[in-house]
Every structure is written in structure tokens, then in C-alpha cells.
Write a protein that binds this ligand. Structure first.
Ligand code: URA
Length: 242
């Protein structure tokens, strides 16, 4: 069961002594400026431990995945452009703030990506959300586009592309190609996922060097069936059916 265990390191705030910081497996580092990995905090590692556990039931899987999705969406929003926004407070004092600039939309890769839509709606009220369905073509074993429904003005928007598991990157690459064919610029796409594989990140960075990726964790790799390891199994099955 625990044959291939990645190296661990103490996790916790700097002010704690090493003996107060239990060791845990943290994300693999990635030497790629376009990839943002969430800080490996005790909170994130504890949430990931619950959803990775094969004994976690569906209710907990949904609840704790949603919490990680919320952290990812909040981080993703930091990568959108902002402008200065000076305001005056109720006590008559100035505050030099910021405001987001530009329109956004979400695009979920069905079915698992749909699990991330609510997290985006919770942060961005009445956000437009498009969908893309990509499945393996039984004849060629290659990813194939089956369906898409995207906002008409998508070329004028920043796109948060949603898919929880970034394995080989096959579907995500096809989804990005669909977005580009509708006029979306690569540098205006943020791909948001819970767990990424080093292989997926490498494939993506080679093909789309200006596209940003925001992930909670980069895992060890892929198994012979292209499941992420250690991973969490099939995200869609665990979120929707198990
Ligand atoms: N999709 C999943 O749900 N899990 C994986 O490990 C890889 C792709």
C-alpha cells in the first residue's frame, strides 16, 4: 500500500520548533515561472490528506474538495489585472486601494471540472461559465471534442479553465486549443487544478509557454493507466457517484 512514498518535510509556521512540526509529503517543486503552487500550509496538507484517503466518504470528499477549490479560486484571482482605486472611508480618510480590471469567465472541462464551478461563483457573483466536453475517442484512443458551450464574447474575457486533475494534460491541451480557436489569447487563460503531474506541467509549458497554471500540489507522476500518483483516484467518481 505504501510502497512509493515521496520524501517528507516538517510542515508548519516558521515560529514552531522542528519537534512541533510533523513531517508530511509536500508538493514537488517546479522550475517554471508560469506555475503557481499554493503555499504548503498545515491547512492545505490536512485538507489534501482527507481527500486523498481512500476511506473518505463522498460527503467529506465533496466538503473538503470544495474548501481546496475555494483556496485555488482565491489564488487564481490574484493573477488578474488590477488598477489603482482610491476610495474614501466613512471617517473621511483616503485609502489607496485596487480594483480588478477586465471581464472574466469560467470554463469547466466536463464532468470533473463542473465540481469547481460553485467555488468560482462563490467568489465572483453572476460569473459566466462555459463548458467543454472532451472524451477519449474509442477508435484512436486520442482525446476528442464532443461538445462546447462558451460565452460569445469569450475573446474579450480572462478565462479560468477548471479541471481538478491535471494528469497527462491531453484534455486540457485540447480545451486550450478550443479557447484559442475562439480568439482567447494564451496569456489570458489560467488553468486551475487541485493536483498536477510533472508530466502534464511539462507538456503544457512546452505547448503554451505564456499560459498560467495554478495548482494546490504537484504529485510524483503517473501510473500505467495515467492516474496521478499518489493522487486521489478518480475525482469525478468520488465527487459525483461513490
Ligand atoms: N483524472 C482523475 O480523476 N484522476 C487521475 O488520477 C487522473 C485523471
Amino acid at each position: 500500500d505504501r510502497l512509493e512514498v515521496a520524501p517528507t518535510r516538517p510542515v508548519g509556521p516558521d515560529y514552531r520548533s522542528p519537534s512541533q512540526k510533523p513531517a508530511a509529503t509536500v508538493s514537488t517543486d517546479v522550475d517554471c515561472e508560469t506555475v503557481t503552487i499554493l503555499p504548503q500550509t498545515p491547512q492545505l496538507i490536512a485538507l489534501l490528506s482527507i481527500i486523498r484517503d481512500k476511506n473518505t466518504d463522498r460527503g467529506d470528499f465533496i466538503f473538503y474538495s470544495n474548501r481546496i477549490i475555494r483556496l485555488l479560486v482565491e489564488e487564481g484571482l490574484n493573477h488578474l489585472p488590477t488598477v489603482a482605486r482610491p476610495v474614501t472611508t466613512p471617517v473621511g480618510r483616503p485609502y489607496d486601494g485596487l480594483a480588478f480590471e477586465g471581464k472574466i469567465c469560467g470554463v469547466s472541462i466536463m464532468r470533473a471540472g463542473e465540481a469547481m464551478e460553485q467555488g468560482l461563483r462563490d467568489c465572483c457573483r453572476s460569473v459566466r461559465i462555459g463548458k467543454i466536453l472532451i472524451q477519449r475517442d474509442e477508435e484512436t484512443a486520442m482525446p476528442k471534442l464532443f461538445y462546447d458551450k462558451l460565452p460569445e464574447d469569450i475573446a474579450d474575457r480572462w478565462v479560468l479553465l477548471l479541471d481538478p486533475m491535471f494528469a497527462t494534460g491531453g484534455s486540457a491541451i485540447m480545451a486550450v486549443e478550443v479557447l484559442k480557436s475562439r480568439g482567447v489569447k494564451e496569456e489570458r487563460i489560467l488553468f486551475i487544478n487541485l493536483i498536477a503531474s510533472p508530466e502534464g506541467i511539462k507538456n503544457f509549458a512546452t505547448k503554451f509557454p505564456r499560459l498560467r497554471v495554478v495548482t494546490a500540489f504537484v504529485d510524483q507522476g503517473l501510473d500505467e493507466k495515467n492516474y496521478i500518483i499518489p493522487g486521489l483516484g478518480d475525482f469525478g467518481d468520488r465527487y459525483y457517484t461513490m
